[in-house]
Design a protein around this ligand. Structure first.
Ligand SMILES: Nc1ncnc2c1ncn2[C@@H]1O[C@H](COP(=O)(O)OP(=O)(O)OP(=O)(O)O)[C@@H](O)[C@H]1O
Ligand SMILES: [Mg+2]
Length: 307
């Protein structure tokens, strides 16, 4: 069911929804369910997909993916800057699992000896591939479209879809507290394999209508993964990124996001320093420590791993 398929009341995001008193019911309908899960009448979202809302730590490491089925919403920027801020309190590994290699070209532009795909293939040791970025922060890089991740994902991965579970064990042995994956907006086997190995997915969105579709698609994908692979991946953090409160449509869209009470909402303002820091190959807090968006990024970093 599409979010714009409701009969009553049009929301400011362009989505239609019922009156406020039935909004909880509308929430059930905002997020699509895969056809393989049958939903008895009058069941709540919580009754239907308790696994998706449950938080389970399977080992000492907490793994997070920044993912949504929508390009250009700030996944890489949020993942990189949050990883940097989280590393002030924990040992963090940022993994560039996007074949575009954007996080790598931003934070470690010099050619790397080995990359994520080499580790996954067993052709490089994790320790040899990790690039130190700060005292408690390392990057497991991907060398962009000339690198091996795309080819690995299209060939070997189909025979070894649980390879990211093995990587998780290696990261635990490495003494990592927090793993942050940057993903492409795709929904291929690569994204699915990463998503089934993590504890939670952070959903970045812009204050515009198409982001709602991206959130719905990501929720559908996660519900499938949780059901098919018996996983407990949760997705209860939504980041409204690049918000400009001088745009009326942004303010309206943000108000609509706030009504989705199944999410903890984080709001990161629009700040040109974000893009500037990427030209300078630095995390935002290094490039511009006084940026207005850092307190909210810090709040997100602190929340990763919390229940
Ligand atoms: N809060 C912000 N304020 C201003 N610009 C931002 C903000 N966050 C991200 N950007 C800019 O938006 C652009 C897209 O960001 P980014 O590359 O992080 O998105 P993405 O979701 O990772 O994209 P892709 O889907 O291609 O991987 C970049 O130029 C980035 O500098
Ligand atoms: Mg990206």
């Amino acid at each position: 069911m599409k979010v714009h398929g409701h009969a009553r009341g049009r929301g400011r995001l362009g989505a239609t929804r019922p009156p406020a008193e039935t909004w909880r019911g509308a929430e059930c309908q905002l997020i699509h369910f895969p056809p393989s899960i049958s939903i008895p009448e009058n069941t709540t979202y919580e009754d239907t997909l308790p696994k998706m809302l449950r938080y389970a730590t399977r080992d000492g490491v907490h793994c997070v993916a920044f993912h949504v089925a929508k390009g250009g919403v700030g996944k890489t920027s949020l993942a990189g800057n949050t990883a940097y801020l989280a590393s002030r309190a924990r040992r963090v590994v940022l993994i560039d699992a996007d074949p575009q290699g954007s996080a790598t070209s931003w934070l470690a532009p010099a050619p790397c000896n080995s990359e994520l795909a080499d580790v996954l293939k067993g052709e490089a040791e994790l320790n040899d591939a990790l690039v130190p970025l700060a005292s408690n922060l390392e990057l497991l890089p991907s060398s962009g479209l000339t690198g091996g991740l795309k080819q690995f994902a299209e060939t070997v991965l189909v025979r070894r879809p649980a390879v990211f579970d093995r990587l998780r064990r290696a990261l635990t042995e490495h003494g990592t507290d927090l793993v942050i994956y940057d993903l492409s907006p795709g929904m291929s086997l690569l994204e699915r394999s990463v998503l089934m190995s993590v504890d939670e997915v952070v959903l970045p969105a812009l204050a515009e209508y198409f982001s709602v579709d991206g959130i719905n698609t990501a929720a559908l994908l996660l519900a499938e993964i949780n059901a098919d692979w018996d996983r407990d991946v949760r997705a209860d953090k939504l980041v409204v990124n690049a918000l400009n409160r001088s745009f009326r449509r942004h303010v309206q869209a943000h108000a609509d996001y706030r009504r989705l009470d199944r999410f903890d909402l984080f709001t990161v303002a629009q700040d040109a320093k974000v893009a500037e820091s990427q030209f300078m190959h630095q995390p935002l807090p290094v490039y511009e420590a006084g940026s207005k968006v850092i307190p909210e990024l810090q709040r997100l970093a602190d929340a990763l791993g919390g229940s």
